[in-house]
Design a protein around this ligand. Structure first.
Ligand code: F6P
Length: 319
């Protein structure tokens, strides 16, 4: 293998830059040429591809977002779009691609694999919803952002003796809400992975009110239901007043945490190694504190369940 490329795609995640840096520097260290593809799969189709040097990725390890930019790309969903991308790949002499992104990006990579382009996929999404890896890049930073927000909201919730619903991102996955709820000491955590039970939420609020606690924090995963809807249900069913705080895209920004920088560096380098070893369809991840690579197919075929023992623990600790 002489030349590889790297791209970021889908929703950005803090630590993507650290992963890009790792891919570029590791590739050059190994004697490969490396190109950066701008604007995700759209950039691949449009040929927005530049040769990178060591200095191309200087001063980015600490930055949020992605210097390669990101995009969601409907054109790549079409056969014609994918053929255009393959033409560009060939034109630039690219023999393998490192794709940094989430589930949709991995699906795009799978399409390239079918067209005989070797891909190594690096999981980067705040949702932590990629099968086969315990952690995705960006999850830790987003988690810290959410917990900081919960702490701040708790101050005003206490002062005004109010209940708050804090809506957390995660698409269909409850990982971010669960970890943030546990780490932020929420009274209730509502997840798509667990059936919604309004009585239990109300009982928890009442129980803590009975022991003199006049505020309550409910962390709600966006995949469960919209926060305003929950506020209406609580008002209607139990006459509980709440304030709603939808954290939104601040969860995707900011300088990556130390942990995200470290795993991004590890994953990026491992992706380059996987391509050099001749792997044509690799996903990179973390299992039992070890960086691993596994077949991309596993991401789509094995559905992993969220560890709901963390929810039991959160409920035990917030009685
Ligand atoms: O996948 C990351 C994510 O931030 C999800 O948590 C969220 O549902 C979605 O992207 C939002 O996407 P967009 O930025 O395109 O609105």
């Amino acid at each position: 293998m002489r030349k590889i490329a790297v791209l970021t795609s889908g929703g950005d995640a803090p630590g993507m830059n650290a992963a890009i840096r790792s891919v570029v520097r590791k590739a050059i260290f190994e004697g490969l040429e490396v190109a950066g593809v701008f604007n995700g799969y759209q950039g691949l189709i449009d040929g927005k591809i530049e040769q990178f040097q060591l200095g191309s990725v200087g001063d980015i390890i600490q930055r949020g977002g992605t210097v390669l930019r990101s995009a969601r790309c409907p054109e790549f969903m079409t056969e014609e779009g994918r053929q255009k991308a393959v033409r560009q790949i060939k034109l630039h002499g690219i023999e393998g691609i490192v794709i940094i992104g989430g589930d949709g990006s991995f699906r795009g990579a799978n399409e390239l694999v079918k067209l005989n382009i070797p891909c190594a996929c690096v999981p980067a999404t705040i949702d932590n919803d990629i099968n086969g890896t315990e952690f995705t890049i960006g999850f830790d930073t987003a988690l810290n952002t959410v917990i900081e927000a919960i702490d701040k909201i708790r101050d005003t919730a206490t002062s005004h003796e109010r209940s708050f619903i804090i809506e957390v991102m995660g698409r269909d996955a409850g990982d971010l809400a669960l970890w943030a709820g546990l780490g932020g000491g929420a009274e209730s955590i509502l997840l798509p992975e667990k059936e919604f039970d309004v009585t239990s939420v109300v009982n928890r609020i009442k129980k803590s009110a009975d022991r003199g606690k006049k505020h309550s924090i409910i962390v709600l995963a966006e995949g469960m239901m919209p926060a305003n809807e929950l506020a209406e249900v609580l008002k209607k069913e139990a006459n509980v007043d709440t304030r709603v705080s939808v954290l939104g895209h601040i969860q995707r920004g900011g300088s990556p945490s130390a942990r995200d920088r470290v795993i991004a560096s590890q994953y990026g380098a491992r992706a380059v190694e996987a391509l050099m070893e001749g792997k044509r369809s690799a996903a990179i991840g973390m299992r039992n504190h070890k960086v691993v690579d596994y077949n991309l197919e596993e991401v789509f075929t094995k559905r992993e369940k969220l560890d709901l023992s963390l929810l039991d623990l959160a409920e035990t600790l917030s009685i």
